[in-house]
Design a protein around this ligand. Sequence first.
Ligand code: ADE
Length: 265
Amino acid sequence: MRIDVITIFPEYLTPLDVSLVGKARRRGLLDVRVHDLREWTHDRHRTVDDTPYGGGPGMVMKPEPWGEALDDVIGGHGAEHDVPRAEEPDGEPATAGPRPVLVVPTPSGTPFTQKVAAELAAEPWLVFTPARYEGIDRRVVDAYAQRMEVRELSVGDYVLAGGEAPVLVMVEAVARLLPGVLGNAESHRDDSFAEGSMTSLLEGPVYTKPLEWRGHEVPEVLLSGHHGRISRWRRDEALRRTALNRPELLRAVEPAATDRADRAT
Ligand code: ADE
């Protein structure tokens, strides 16, 4: 997968060099390119913002640098939607190759969920446009939505100072779903929010050695070696934690899903 990020704070994205994402990059599973938006300004002050039409507080990001940056980064690949691609004389499409999805982090977007992460992980190419100030001139999204898929996504019901931290969140959630990125292919099967046996339930508690720590013991059932009892206990703990922390999620769980672990044993 290829990921481009266009930002006025390229250094904010340096965590993408380390840990899971950094390793995936070094292993060639992920091609991440971070671009400085100010490279596409033409004035001495490298201006990217201006005052809002209609008045109001704060500044708005100007459309021109974003347009030039996106055109350069996307190249010919963001071709017109639903318009047959022009054929080159040799018969090859003029814009062959993957078409990117434009991901715009904004608190006004639709929620970024595990389901959205999985959808993005199935794409060959994502282009992120994290904004600062009061956001980007609306015409940028409107113009590129005519050429490619655009997803405006929020990482939560709070307002951050910019879209860079949401990009870090989204790239990590997507990267760990890419084939070969996680060491153990099974290790995201029972994640909180993962599809599958624990659909929509939060993950229960986990334990490792030592058996006793500061007077607290590992639950006996986990030492029993009885897989049926263990999976029932895990299912019950997941239900308990979900009821406590996210009761609204339980309403989305089909009753049969909470019984499946019993039947499987
Ligand atoms: N930019 C600022 N706040 C944000 C949020 N909650 N989600 C996505 N982008 C943002």
